[in-house]
Design a protein around this ligand. Structure first.
Ligand code: EPZ
Length: 424
């Protein structure tokens, strides 16, 4: 198993290119199950979650090829694969996002058997809203023996809401939308997720022949069509990867420029960084981040888009540990997503977690030590903390990081960080 070793205290400078969005790539790849003919999708990052989904899609009969320019070619020959409809436990248990094959399978192959993803370290993560949506479209669903098994003839358009206790659901919206595109008649999804990744999926589907309107709004209207065709498409840049690099610049009081960024997807993140005291300049597809030594504490509440993303919470927590004064983070999406707080405390941070709130008091310095990654974004937070900690930080269990960040240590090194990957 690999670990990342970081010698803290080096100011970052230079330019980094942001990859395509993992959370757009995953549902878009799954949506290829719906298409007749090959698709070429540009900008899919070369990370473990993409490899896991590729295996699931290959099991379902997909042919997947990565070209040298990073484009993924995905083809399903439907007539040969109609009897393949299972996403097994061995693969789904590696990655919860595998659930996004449910909608495409049930509408295209009329049967789906997807392992129940279960909870995970960031919280309970139920799938009741996914099931509610697919059922509303007319599928019969059974949830015994650890699998969601669904069957249906052609699904029928309907009106439904995806509002849950913690707001709407991102992948649930993707599942219901992908199921509805081939349904008979019109589907109206109220309280749909508005995340840029959901919008990207809708645009991909429309390019393939779907009829979805209301993209980016909380009411989506989907007029079912008989079939969809293969397309060439380019994935949006990863706003969470961009936000993570912005904080790498901020925490080291550095000066870095990010290329391939859609700053309009990062309004909440940029506003908070400005409130802390950073200078952020967006020109076209580039964003420059200029740090300084005069940061202010802030309060943050994670919310569905366009609010502050929960996937940036751990990174902000690392930064706020280095800002004098008291900051408060309230987690409204995954109220238990604070596993990184205990590891940051091991580095000398002053963080008190009370229910879904974390109170952070800035400390004069963090100290390098051994820390364990519990999930992808927690890992990003710990690496960021390591960049400024005194001495050396050893970040263990980085397989979580490899699920979502491509060659993170190499790209940080190019910006001047002293960081390497070591086989333990
Ligand atoms: C997506 O997960 C992302 N994953 C997550 O990113 C992200 O943290 C999350 O959205 C929130 O933005 C992908 O896109 C692959 P949700 P998802 O359903 O769709 C509750 C990362 O680090 N809920 O929007 O699974 C749920 O418990 C990952 O890249 C229900 O109650 O999240 C949570 O409180 C981690 N019932 C809230 O809704 C349901 O049926 C939002 O979860 C589904 C969800």
């Amino acid at each position: 198993m690999d670990k990342i070793v970081i010698e803290g205290g080096h100011r970052l400078e230079g330019t980094v290119r942001i990859n395509g969005a993992k959370n757009a790539a995953l549902p878009i790849m799954a949506a290829c199950l719906l298409l007749n003919g090959p698709s070429r999708i540009k900008g899919i990052p070369n990370i473990d979650d993409i490899h896991t989904l590729s295996k699931i899609l290959e099991n379902l009969g997909g042919q997947i090829k990565r070209n040298t320019d990073g484009t993924l070619e995905i083809t399903f020959m439907d007539r040969e694969n109609q009897d393949k409809f299972t996403a097994p436990y061995e693969l789904v248990s590696k990655m919860r996002a595998s659930i996004c094959v449910l909608g495409p399978l049930i509408t295209k192959r009329h049967k789906a058997k997807v392992s129940y993803p279960g909870g995970c370290v960031i919280g309970q993560r139920p799938v009741d809203l996914h099931i509610k949506g697919i059922k509303a479209l007319g599928a019969q669903i059974d949830t015994t023996e650890g699998y969601i098994t669904a069957s249906a003839d052609r699904l029928k358009g309907t009106e439904l809401s995806l509002k849950g206790e913690h707001g709407t659901t991102v992948l649930g919206t993707c599942n219901v939308m992908t199921a509805a595109v081939l349904a008979e008649g019109t589907t109206i999804i109220e309280d749909a997720a508005r995340e840029p990744e959901v919008q990207d999926l809708a645009r991909f589907l429309n390019k393939a022949g779907a009829k979805i309107t209301g993209i980016g709004e909380s009411t989506l209207t989907i007029e079912g069509v008989r079939e969809l065709h293969g397309v060439d498409y380019e994935i949006i840049p990863d706003r969470i990867e961009a936000g993570t690099f912005m904080i790498a610049g901020a925490i080291t009081r550095g000066n870095i420029t990010l290329e391939n960024v859609k700053s309009e997807h990062l309004t909440a993140v940029i506003d908070k960084l400005k409130e802390i005291g950073l200078e952020i300049i967006s020109v076209g597809n580039t964003v420059s981040v200029k740090g300084n030594n005069l940061y202010h504490p802030i309060d943050i509440t994670t919310m569905p888009y366009p609010g502050m993303p929960t996937d940036m919470q751990a990174q902000f927590m690392a930064l706020l540990c280095t800002v004098e004064g008291k900051s408060i983070i309230t987690e409204k999406i995954f109220p238990d997503r604070f596993m990184h707080a205990a590891e940051l405390r091991r580095m000398g941070a002053d963080i008190r977690v009370e229910g879904s709130c974390a109170v952070i008091k800035g400390v004069p310095f963090l100290s390098g030590t051994n820390v364990q990654v519990s999930d992808l974004r927690a890992g990003a937070g710990l690496v960021l903390a390591g960049l400024v900690a005194k001495d050396v930080t050893h970040v263990h269990r980085i397989y979580h990081l490899d699920r979502g960040y491509e060659r993170l240590e190499e790209r940080l090194s190019k910006l001047g960080a002293v960081v390497k990957r070591v086989d333990e």
